[in-house]
Design a protein around this ligand. Structure first.
Ligand SMILES: Nc1nc2c(ncn2[C@@H]2O[C@H](COP(=O)(O)OP(=O)(O)OP(=O)(O)O)[C@@H](O)[C@H]2O)c(=O)[nH]1
Length: 603
């Protein structure tokens, strides 16, 4: 095991992780240059198009050290690049002994560089700092060095400088991995314990579990057990990533590879869980396992009621490969039968929606996303509410709690004022501390309600800092808050799917914007339609949609019949996309009006 090294590459988004991994594959001869793209990145289209890593792509390469002539096995575990998936970064780091901390020379240290570096420190990992993109004309190596020194207290001689794109300095990175990262501990003689750091569903083979073996060994035929839920399986195949999945006889302590064991869906192979031997299990699982909880919720409805079953099947299929997606059947008087879905964040929600469209050809109505509230009722009962429509009546409520996050923003000092204004005055945040981070950089730490940052915060932060600031956040728990439910009435009828929860101080402004936006989005009818917002039993805002004067058919007066028929047919089709609420047709986009209110503010 002396000749094995397990590492992960951590970086802020776009600092070059994938490019560096590609280059390492090339140098070690694992993949021919020509074939690289399609071979290595066999990931979802969405990942590639958006340039974000969601699932990990582990690699195993062999490299012959120029220093001692020995051949080393290096396993590289990739990490997701978006805050929605930070838990998975944690699990990847738990699988390795060292990290490459990659920093873009033209961007310097960014929020996720800091967050990831701290995570690596927490996991007690050897950190190899690497400055990337030194070929860029605007690369600023000395400043970036200072920032890194400041961040992890490492001297500049230990910082490598590379261009992953041009292949400059990449061998030095491999030598540094061999020289500085410790080889894995653990032994084959102890009981099996392996950490699940990712899992993928394959149509033909079931769940493929990505593991790091800490102790013992595992081979086809073994009976294994997943620790958290005590499920037992028989191993069918064990293998490694070369980067293609390649079967090998067994995985042993220190190895990173995959296991296929007839597991039916990924929610059974939980990320962070321990795999052990079913007949001779370990007493204690590997540390740090957490159930992943969704943070953002929204209603999802089939555009047409007949598609309910199809939508259920599609969601079930997606769940096979996405354990962090949750859903349960729900009914809305306004939108009919559908589902209440839970997501890790807005990006995750978007990915799910897009996959439903692409892979299942389903267009769905999604209601505005919201967080999960804790409500203490006057009778002492505690209820968890993730659907504003089901928020208890104000007269029954004693106290309401909402989730808070610790938000860190890194910015050049000139944008400090604007950013503080944004978080404190617009987003109900409280600043807890500021720190200098190397050269011309300030870290601002806040405590902010999660609900305030899920919609449009990222764009606003970018707009307030000309794109220079970057952010990271993590949940810190629930805080008491003054929240009210706003109910929207269209033509005097409450439309449950348009309800929102707002902070007391923002309720009026929010209600105003919402009714105005809805009045714009709902088409005129033959009669006047009031759009009202109600909170605490009172109407707090109103907008009116004027009556339509002309009859559609009037235009065709005297015209031929087929033209009239065509027009009626068209109207009928158009209506499919509208929801009838009482006597009013509401277009699908109105259900996302709240998001639109946010977008408009950005303009
Ligand atoms: N000029 C230059 N560009 C680079 C270099 N390394 C990466 N890039 C470019 O930077 C961009 C982002 O690189 P990726 O490798 O996709 O970044 P990543 O860190 O994997 O991104 P995420 O997976 O989204 O976190 C791409 O357009 C690369 O071509 C480099 O050394 N020099």
């Amino acid at each position: 095991m002396k000749n094995v090294r397990n590492i992960s590459i951590i970086a802020h988004i776009d600092h070059g992780k994938t490019t560096l991994s590609d280059r390492i594959l090339e140098i070690t001869g694992a993949v021919e240059k020509r074939k690289m793209r399609e071979q290595f990145l066999d990931s979802m289209d969405i990942e590639r198009e958006r340039g974000i890593t969601i699932k990990s792509h582990p690699l195993r390469v062999f490299y012959k050290s120029k220093k001692n002539g020995k051949v080393y096995e290096i396993n590289i575990v990739d990490t997701p690049g978006h805050v929605d998936f930070t838990y998975e970064v944690d699990r990847s780091l738990a699988a390795v002994e060292g990290v490459i901390l990659l920093v873009d020379a033209s961007q310097g240290v960014q929020a996720q560089t800091v967050a990831n570096a701290y995570k690596a420190i927490e996991h007690n990992l050897e950190i190899i700092p690497v400055i990337n993109k030194i070929d860029l004309p605007n690369a600023n190596i000395p400043e970036t060095e200072l920032e890194i020194e400041d961040l992890i207290g490492i001297s500049s001689e230990e910082i490598l400088k590379v261009s992953a794109k041009e292949g400059i300095g990449v061998e030095d990175v491999l030598e540094a991995i061999i020289g500085r990262v410790p080889s894995p501990k653990g032994t084959e003689n102890e009981k099996l314990s392996a950490l699940i750091f990712d899992a993928k569903y394959d149509k033909y083979r079931g769940v493929i579990t990505y593991v790091r073996v800490f102790n013992g060994e595992i081979k086809p035929g073994d009976k294994i057990m997943t620790y958290s839920n005590k499920q037992v399986y028989e191993v069918v195949e064990t293998g490694v990533f070369t980067p293609d999945m390649t079967p090998i006889e067994k995985l042993k302590a220190g190895d990173i590879g995959y296991i296929i064991a007839g597991i039916k869906e990924v929610s059974l192979a939980k990320i962070g869980d321990t795999i052990t031997n079913a007949t001779d299990p370990v007493e204690e699982p590997l540390p740090g396992y957490k159930e992943i909880k969704p943070m953002v919720f929204a209603g999802m409805y089939p555009g047409v009621p007949e598609y309910y079953e199809e939508l259920r099947k599609a969601l079930e299929k997606l769940k096979l490969n996405d354990s962090s997606l949750t859903f349960y059947p729900d009914h809305s008087p306004a939108l009919g039968f559908g589902f209440r879905c839970g997501f890790l964040g807005l990006l995750h929600m978007d990915v799910v929606r897009e996959r439903l469209e692409r892979e299942f050809e389903m267009t769905v109505i999604l209601t505005a996303p919201n967080v999960e509230y804790k409500v203490i009722l006057k009778n002492g009962e505690e209820v968890i509410v993730n659907d504003p429509a089901k928020f208890p009546d104000e007269s029954m409520i004693q106290e309401v709690y909402e989730p808070y996050v610790k938000l860190s923003i890194i910015t050049p000092p000139e944008y400090l004022g604007k950013l503080m204004n944004l978080v404190q005055n617009e987003k109900r945040g409280i600043m807890t501390s500021t720190e200098n981070a190397g050269f011309e950089r300030v870290v601002l730490n806040f405590e902010v309600p999660l609900a305030e940052i899920i919609f449009d915060f990222f764009d606003k932060m970018k707009a307030s800092s000309r794109g220079y600031a970057s952010m990271d956040y993590e949940m810190i728990g629930y805080r008491k808050s003054e929240l009210v439910k706003i109910t929207i009435l269209v033509n005097k009828e409450p439309v449950d799917a348009l309800s929102i929860i707002a902070h007391k101080n923002k309720a009026y402004a929010m209600a105003r914007k919402l009714v105005d936006k809805l009045a714009e989005l709902i088409p005129q009818h033959q009669f006047e339609i009031p759009v009202q917002a109600r909170a605490g039993g009172r109407i707090i805002a109103r907008s009116t949609i004027k009556a339509l004067r002309k009859d559609v058919l009037a235009k065709c007066y005297g015209g031929d019949v087929t033209r009239k028929m065509k027009l009626l047919q068209k109207q009928k089709e158009g209506k499919k996309r509208l929801r009838e609420i009482g006597s009013v047709s509401i277009p699908q986009e109105a259900f996302l009006a709240l998001l639109k209110v946010g977008e408009d503010e950005n303009k």
